[in-house]
Design a binder for this molecule. Sequence first.
Ligand code: ATP
Length: 303
Amino acid sequence: MDIAVIGSNMVDLITYTNQLPKAGETLEAPDFAIGCGGKGANQAVAAAKMGGSVMMVSKVGDDLFAPNTVVNLQQQGVDTRFVTTAPGTSSGVAPIFVDDESQNRILIIKGANQQLKPADIDAAADALKSCQLIILQLEIPLETVYYAIDFARQHDIKVILNPAPAVADLNIDYACKCDFFMPNETELEILTGMPVTTDEEVKLAGQSLLKRGLKNLIITLGGRGSLWMSGDSVHQVAPTAVKAVDTSGAGDAFIGCFAHELVKSGDIPAAMAQASAYAACSVTGRGTQRSYPDAETFQRFLN
Ligand code: ATP
């Protein structure tokens, strides 16, 4: 394996409706869909679809959703030997309400993801040691994230930390032990308490984090592109112009593709350029994982 994602999986329960019920009221909604999501799983699937050799360390619940999650990961080419069941627990689920204007209202129940513990990293240690890169997000307990970072440092494995969803009490010392710290602009704002409305403000907020000892900071800026900051250098990547249909999961598409390209070439600007185009391609389709192109479809998008 080249890449290990130690992180979450969720089942998206998507109701399409313009009206939410009040307390005590029952309403009918026109449409419903189930999707596979969770930041960890999304990133693993993006990297695998691009041709990466990817394993996941993750927890599913003791319920009907679990087999579907595992089969989905396998069908996308992700190694699931270390996706295990948390007895007596529900899977992570995300009831999502989408209205006609594509506005999302999302609830997240982390469920089994909260049961992913340092012992699960120990159980996967031999397989993890063969990986070149570990990707982490914050939908699992922080103690597990910190343990994984120390494990990676001990075994000389590169680490990407995507601080999502934002956690105000993230220990920045651990972020500094990672090779890449990859927030979006909202997460950057929460972590620094600084405004991020303009590119200049984003750079100032980024510099305030770099001063605390971060090695490489890559900020995704939605339709404004992305930015890599390291030491005094700033490298900006313009977005690929597309007609966006649904931007959910774009950040995960970016990170999964970036990880795959980084392992392949070690060239950070080239990996960002590919990741930017890959994420742009993903926003042209509906859904999260289902909007991620495989390598062949992505090649056609580029041509
Ligand atoms: P999510 O949490 O839904 O996964 P995010 O907020 O973490 O997303 P964004 O910063 O919105 O991630 O987007 C990630 C990357 O996707 C951007 O840096 C950009 O390269 C690409 N992208 C997003 N939206 C667009 C768009 N409208 N047009 C072109 N590229 C886009």
